[in-house]
Design a binder for this molecule. Structure first.
Ligand code: NAD
Length: 313
């Protein structure tokens, strides 16, 4: 039986002509995700239970039971950066190698974070919807110039947001306990925060760029939302689970903070009756952070090369 590779991300298809020849010339047969959506655990087991040595995976779930059931699996190549959908301990135990497509989508996600910041600062979606309903009224916004942007997590994406924020004349606060001394702190407009509480208290905009881990789950909770300024705006392009969504709803409904804009949600897609979606001061986009022509092209090539390298080692 030939060796097979499962490719789950839907957007892979847009640039598959770049990656398929590389994979096929190594003698692998390709299994595509034809469902048009993220695969379920059982669907992955059905497709990859036997003969699949490598998976290029998006946000499809790879918990312990799936990894155990995929008995020929040797390597997982993440088509992106967040590894929270993979049971890393089980993968280690089973000697399954893992790599991620570092440096492929950081500019795209950073640009979306900045776009969401402006969208909220100037109420762009709300005002546009009002105009389409026939109302030519105005809502007063705020400038971002001179404001403080707090970054929770300052890795590849956080750094791109930081650069852009400095270009906009903002001050930047950084909370990232795993960052060593870094030249970014030589800039007088960049300061390190020693706690998330301090960052929430001081920032006009808070933007989340940390991975989902047990430490970061609900890192923005009721108590921290209460520390934030009444005019503060929360931006989340990382993972929905970083924010306690019930607490966020209450803070937005009670106008404890001015707004929140997210590209991610705890359940994607959210339930159509989700209460946050009914609020005018909440924006949600459909996990489009890395969904640009440029990032998708890079993710396709890098994730394919990462997988082939791991399988050849
Ligand atoms: P990265 O690994 O380069 O950076 C993550 C940073 O978070 C690191 O500097 C790390 O030290 C820091 N960190 C870890 N634990 C922390 C904690 N407890 N508190 C504060 N900081 C902490 O990853 P990246 O490329 O910058 O991506 C960040 C996250 O963005 C990913 O894990 C993923 O969840 C998300 N993401 C979303 C999209 C999207 O489409 N919306 C696309 C790519 C990545």
């Amino acid at each position: 039986m030939g060796k097979k590779i499962l490719i789950t991300p839907r957007s892979f298809g847009a640039y598959k002509h770049l990656a398929y020849p590389l994979i096929e010339e190594q003698g692998y047969e390709i299994i595509e995700n034809t469902s048009g959506r993220t695969l379920t655990e059982d669907e992955i087991i059905n497709l990859a239970g036997s003969g699949v040595v490598g998976i290029i995976v998006g946000i499809d779930p790879l918990p312990a039971r799936v990894l155990e059931a995929c008995r020929d699996l040797k390597a997982i190549s993440k088509y992106g950066m967040g590894l929270d959908n993979i049971d890393l301990d089980k993968a280690k135990e089973l000697n399954i190698k893992i790599d991620r497509a570092a440096g492929t989508n950081n500019i795209s996600v950073a640009e979306l974070a900045i776009a969401l910041m402006f969208s909220m600062a100037r109420h762009v979606p709300y005002v546009s919807n009002r105009v389409k309903e026939g109302c030519w009224d105005r809502v007063m916004g705020c400038e971002v110039f001179g404001k403080k942007l707090g970054l929770v997590g300052c890795g590849l994406i956080g750094r791109e947001v930081l650069k852009r924020a400095l270009g906009l004349g903002m001050k930047v606060l950084v909370y990232d306990p795993y960052m060593k001394d870094d030249e970014i702190f030589n800039n007088p407009d960049v300061d390190r925060c020693s706690s998330v509480d301090e960052l929430c208290r001081e920032s006009d905009f808070v933007s989340l760029h940390a991975p989902l881990t047990e430490e970061t789950r609900n890192i923005i909770n009721k108590q921290r939302l209460e520390l934030m300024k009444p005019a503060a705006i929360l931006i989340n392009t990382s993972r929905g689970e970083l924010v306690d969504e019930d607490a966020l709803y209450q803070a937005l409904a009670d106008k404890k903070i001015r707004g929140a804009a997210q590209d991610v949600f705890s359940t994607e897609p959210p339930d159509k009756d989700e209460k946050l979606l009914k609020l005018d001061n909440f924006i949600l986009t459909s996990h489009i952070g890395a969904y640009t022509r440029e990032a998708v092209e890079r993710m396709v090539l890098v994730s394919a090369k990462n997988l082939l390298r791991m399988l050849a080692e």
